[in-house]
Each structure stands twice: as C-alpha cells, then as structure tokens.
Design a protein around this ligand. Structure first.
Ligand code: T4K
Length: 421
C-alpha cells in the first residue's frame, strides 16, 4: 500500500497491479466445458446457417424472456438494425443521449434519425418528460435503453408511445437476466434487443438477439437475417447476412448455463464495491432500483468533485496508472459524437443529466476475473486517494504534462511506449 503521494503510479511510483484489473473481461466459468462444447460443434459438421445450436440458443432465450420468438444474430448492433427494419420505423427515433454509441449508429446506418433525449438521474434510463419534448410529426418510435441493466420506466414509456401512436422498443444489451416487477426484460414493448458481446453478462463471443411476441416482426427478422431468402429459390426482401455461427450459439448456451455462478460473483463484487465506496465522501454508487432483479454486470458510481477533491478524469488517471482499468462509459455522449455533434436535428432539448453524468460517472472492474483481494486493495487505494485528495490534485496539476500510464494501458501516449518496452 502507498504511504506517500509520490508513490502513486501516476506520479512515477510502482503500479499496485502489474496485471491490470479490467471492466468487462469475458466471463468463462468452465473453459474445458466450453472447449468440449465447441469441439462437438466442429465434429458435427454443421457450422452455421440456423443449425441446432442456434435453434437451442433461441429457444432458451425466448423461454427465459417469456416471449414467443427469439431471433439470434451476429451482434447487438445488427440486432438493433434488423429490429428497426422489421418494425418498419421511419423518420425519427427517440433514444437516450447517454448510451453506447451503437444505439444511435445502428439507426443512422439504416437511414433513420436518432433524436437524443435526456436520462433520469437515478437510473440513467430515458426520462419520459424529455422524450415528450423531443416528439415531432416525424417521430415513429421510442427506443429505450436499460442502461447498466436498470430497467427503463416501461409503463410510462408505453403510455407515452400509446398516446402518440408510436412504437416502443428497447435496447436491452446490458440487461439479459434482469427483471422488473417480476417480469423479465425482453418482454416489454414491441421488441427488445440483446447483445451477447464477450464483455457482457452472458456472451457468445460476439452475438445478439431480437425478442418479440409479434409473429410478423419475428418472421421479418428471420428473413432479413438470411439475405431475405425464404426458400430454395425465393427471396422476399433486401436482407443481409446477420447470422450467428453454431460455435457462437454454443458459447452462448454455455454462458447461460453458467449464469448463476456469474451472478453470484457479480453480486459479491458489487456489494464489496458498495461497502468500499460508502466509506468515502463524494463518491456514490448509483442506487439499485426497487422491485428489480439485476445482473450487476456494471459497477457504476458518480463522483462529486467538490466533495471528493478530484475530478472523475483525475481519479481515472490515478486508478488506471495503478492497473485498475476503471472506465468512463459513455463519454463523449452520443450528441457530441460524430456525425451528430452540432446538428440541431439530433438535439432539440437540453440534456442536463446526460451532461453531468458525462463528467461524473465511473465504472469499476467486476466479473469473474476480479477477485475479492483486488477489490479490497483498490478500496484501500481509494481511501488513500480520498484522504490525500488536496495534495494529489496539486501534484497532478504540476505534473499534468508528464503523468505516468500503466505499461499495459492501451491509452498510454506513444512517448511512454519505449519505457514500457
Ligand atoms: N447497445 C448498447 C447499450 C451497448 O452497450 C452495446 C455494446 C451495443 C448496443 C452493441 O452491441 P454489440 O454490437 O457490441 O454486440 C464494449 C463492447 O465492444 C460493446 O459490446 C459494449 N456495448 C460496450 C459498452 O463496450 P469496450 O470498449 O468495453 O471493449 P474493450 O475492448 O475495451 O474491452 C473491455 C475490457 O475487457 C478491456 O479492458 C479488455 C478486456 N477484454 C475485452 C475483450 C473483448 C478482454 O480481456 N478480452 C476480450 O475478449 O466495448
């Protein structure tokens, strides 16, 4: 542990962790079991094109989400695009400004216009009042995001959609396995989309899925996923190749079989982080919404600069230099990213909560690869940082141009590459 501020790695001291601790390292509970499953797929000779693994994967997801249909695809971004096309969206779609850029890009890529609404300060999900202010005669849908696995205010949003004759759908990339009011995420709105990227709670290396109770939408999704081909010699639509491989689906099934183990570890990590953060002034975990079951895939806190004495970016720099690869998802914010930045068509309401979160939100490492000991050492480090925040802040200002990065930090400047070697 550090005794003096000068021992901090960001100021040239040795990092706390030589091997960095990550946000989002893939969860694999039993690598041998996964390898066997993959070997079985390879031996079966059926590698892709809607084989038995994909069909089992879809059936399992539909069962867990209490819906009639699941269409598995190659990633969450493609799932969003196929869902939007299958729902025949036009013109403008209201999305939160505070989300991963894929939510907006997926729409933009197929000629729709994402319009950015603000989020709620508690859950970081779509704020219904802000959605109302974004409406125009071109709006065809609302696309909520269950950010961090926190379910959106589904009833309020559904009422809003019904009142204005809009379609409601959800980007549930973070929320597989989550529930609200005893109802699983995946069963709300017209359709929902999951991501099964390697960094997700349940993963298929890369993968995604659309879930819906609507027979027509499901049928269109299946058709679009496979070039629009509906029979040996029939083509129904301008589809695309969005198929997930048999190996991917097998990995997804293995991951779902391991969900309970991953959930237990996520809960233990989350509780340990909460205890550590609760001891500190100016750092607060975001609260867990009532009446929910959450997968705890993300450990999210916000920092109050005045109380803590350091900014979020200063804290990030300090932690990352020590090998705690915390993150600041989703900077810069969709509305400030290309091609949306400065375009009035995408931004027609103030986004005060989003703007504040972009400066204050921080995610701590979790998942199976993160140990109790690593969290406890980081908790001690956070205490040290909080106790010496004034001095650290001054030193960071004095050394602003020559701060040290962790040798494995992909963000380190090229000037420090030779030192790392
Ligand atoms: N909607 C929302 C709300 C989303 O969050 C996402 C994706 C989507 C839609 C689109 O779904 P996909 O099309 O991706 O299925 C990740 C993911 O690439 C992305 O899937 C995810 N959201 C987004 C929030 O984050 P990064 O920036 O975290 O990836 P990266 O490479 O920095 O990995 C995180 C850490 O994990 C690293 O420190 C290294 C470690 N890692 C990562 C991978 C992939 C490993 O150790 N092994 C690995 O294989 O993007």
């Amino acid at each position: 542990m550090k005794d003096q501020v000068s021992e901090l790695a960001v100021l040239g001291g040795s990092p706390l962790f030589r091997q960095p601790v990550h946000v989002g390292q893939p969860n694999v509970v039993d690598a041998d079991r996964l390898a066997n499953r993959i070997a079985d797929v390879i031996k079966s000779g059926h590698l892709t094109n809607n084989g038995p693994q994909v069909r089992d994967f879809e059936a399992e997801i539909a069962h867990r989400c209490h819906v009639k249909h699941c269409v598995a695809v190659c990633n969450g971004t493609m799932a969003l695009q196929i869902m939007a096309k299958a729902c025949q969206l036009t013109g403008e779609v209201i999305v939160p400004a505070f989300t991963f850029i894929a939510t907006a890009h997926a729409l933009e890529w197929i000629g729709l216009t994402p319009v950015f609404a603000d989020v709620d300060a508690e859950t970081h999900t779509l704020c219904p009042e802000s959605v109302t202010s974004c409406l125009s005669e071109k709006t065809s849908a609302i696309l909520g995001v269950h950010l961090w696995g926190n379910p959106c205010r589904t009833q309020r949003l559904q009422k809003l959609a019904d009142d204005f004759g809009l379609q409601l759908m959800f980007d549930s990339s973070h929320a597989f396995g989550c529930q609200v009011g005893g109802r699983p995420v995946g069963s709300f709105g017209k359709a929902e989309v999951f991501s099964f990227h390697a960094t997700k709670f349940v993963h298929a290396f890369e993968g995604g899925a659309i879930v819906t109770n609507d027979d027509t939408i499901a049928q269109r999704c299946r058709n679009y996923r496979n070039f629009g081909i509906s029979g040996l010699s029939t083509i129904d639509s301008a589809g695309i190749n969005a198929k997930i491989s048999e190996v991917g689906a097998a990995a997804g099934l293995e991951s779902m079989d391991s969900m309970e183990v991953i959930l237990q570890q996520n809960r233990a990590n989350h509780n340990q982080w909460s205890r550590a953060v609760d001891r500190l002034n100016g750092l607060d975990m975001i609260s867990l919404p009532p009446n929910t079951v959450l997968n705890r895939q993300y450990v999210v806190a916000t920092i109050d600069v005045d109380e803590f004495g350091l900014s979020r970016d200063q804290l990030l720099a300090i932690l990352r230099a020590e090998g705690v690869f915390a993150r600041s998802y989703f900077v810069p914010g969709c509305h400030k990213a290309s091609p949306y930045v400065g375009q009035a068509i995408h931004r027609r309401v103030p986004l005060p909560v989003t703007e504040s979160l972009l400066k204050t939100v921080i995610q701590f490492p979790t998942g199976l690869s993160v140990s109790e000991n690593q969290i406890s050492q980081t908790a001690d480090l956070l205490n040290f940082i909080a106790e010496h925040s004034l001095e650290i802040g001054l030193r960071l200002q004095q050394h602003s141009s020559d701060l040290y990065y962790h040798p494995q930090d992909p963000a380190r400047p090229t000037s420090q590459l030779s030192e790392a070697a």
